[in-house]
Design a protein around this ligand. Structure first.
Ligand code: MRU
Length: 364
């Protein structure tokens, strides 16, 4: 299914992900991010393999969006089991969640959402399989709606940190395309813009898959926020020239001490920010924290295929036989992070106890 491009607007023009229909025969509709910004194409995922494939090849990407999609993936994976006995249904649930968990390793939101679906099933042993399937769909829809609310709150909480007039830098895409709502880092920009702040965004192109050039610039353009795309290697020079007053990125997993995994290149940006005395903010919902990990050293880092670098976008750029190292994420140590913005507020002094305390507080 294809959509039409539209002119500037204040809301995201297309849904990144959407459940269509009922629990027994419905499906997950995804905006295929691999073909943006040139085409708007929707993928209808009718079975769990198509959800797994979509996550793996980055048709849907960004930590929160992966989590919400996986929750809906559980539903399509269980539809054929609606009439089996509960023990078999429970076994199938384990098979489906274990399978979805193998799609990508770094974003903890994936495992968080799958755990939440499993926990919901365990808390309702008396339901029939059919009743549980219906209620699991409602749980997935709650995860979806909560993510939208978290995005809005992150935006509000983060916008207060930005000056009335500023140029900001972001890396990768932490926008509406990466969540079920308005995004995390980009939600901060959208909220600042709504508050009348005069914002200009520099978007790192984000090698090798160009989430910044293809997706962030597209989203900002759609929402009428001035944006300039730069090669990743320009970021330091732009900082040196005084073009950037703040940096806001998303995160895929934040360890208990505040070390934050995000798209490869984020660590370099954070180091450059430190050298140039520019605040470096991480915006993420509480579902991105992994308190089971004491530090970022234990965050699993996805390595992706050689082809993404050697044959990016259909063009060979590396000689045959030459080795490529393609980690998809890096970890920024908490010392380099000025503050972490969540839906609950802002963590200014980042350490294990301030993070634990923050995650106990109610959302703002
Ligand atoms: O490989 P991707 O495109 O899924 O990487 C996404 C990012 O690194 C985002 O910055 C992160 O998931 C935060 S999204 C709100």
């Amino acid at each position: 299914m294809r959509g039409e491009f539209s002119s500037a607007m204040t809301e995201q023009p297309y849904k990144t992900l959407e459940w269509m229909g009922d629990c027994l025969s419905g499906h997950l509709r995804l905006l295929d991010q691999t073909v943006l910004p040139l085409e708007v194409v929707f993928l209808d995922c009718q079975d769990v393999k198509s959800v797994w494939d979509a996550i793996k090849r980055l048709s849907v990407r960004g930590a929160p969006a992966i989590g919400v999609s996986a929750a809906y993936g559980v539903i399509v994976g269980l539809q054929s089991s609606a009439d089996v006995q509960r023990p078999q249904f429970n076994e199938k649930l384990t098979v489906v969640t274990d399978y979805l968990a193998t799609s990508r390793p770094t974003a903890v939101n994936l495992f968080w959402a799958l755990d939440r679906m499993k926990a919901f099933a365990n808390q309702h042993p008396d339901l029939t399989s059919r009743e549980l399937l219906q209620q699991l769909l409602e749980e997935a829809q709650r995860i979806d709606r909560e993510d939208q609310q978290m995005c809005l709150a992150i935006g509000q909480n983060g916008a207060a940190l930005l000056p009335d007039e500023c140029s900001v830098l972001t890396h990768c895409n932490a926008g509406g395309l990466a969540t079920a709502g308005d995004g995390t880092a980009l939600s901060v920009f959208f909220a600042a813009n709504r508050q009348g702040k005069n914002l200009h965004v520099y978007a790192d192109e984000t090698r090798p898959l160009l989430q910044g050039a293809r997706l962030t610039s597209w989203e900002l353009q759609q929402r009428d926020i001035p944006v300039t795309v730069i090669c990743d290697s320009v970021a330091g020079w732009a900082m040196k020239q005084g073009r950037i007053q703040a940096i806001v990125t998303g995160a895929d997993r934040i360890a208990g001490n505040g070390d934050a995994a995000n798209k490869i290149g984020t660590y370099s940006v954070a180091q450059l920010a430190k050298v140039h005395n520019i605040p470096f903010y991480v915006a993420a919902p509480s579902s991105t924290f992994d308190l089971s990990l004491a530090s970022g050293d234990d965050i699993p880092i996805e390595e992706r295929s050689r082809d993404e670098i050697a044959h990016g976008f259909g063009q060979q750029t590396v000689p045959d036989g030459v080795d490529v190292f393609n980690p998809a994420f890096d970890v920024t140590p908490s010392e380099l992070i000025t503050a972490i913005i969540t839906e609950r507020g802002v963590i200014q002094e980042i350490n294990t106890s301030s993070i634990a305390d923050h995650l106990q507080t109610a959302a703002t």
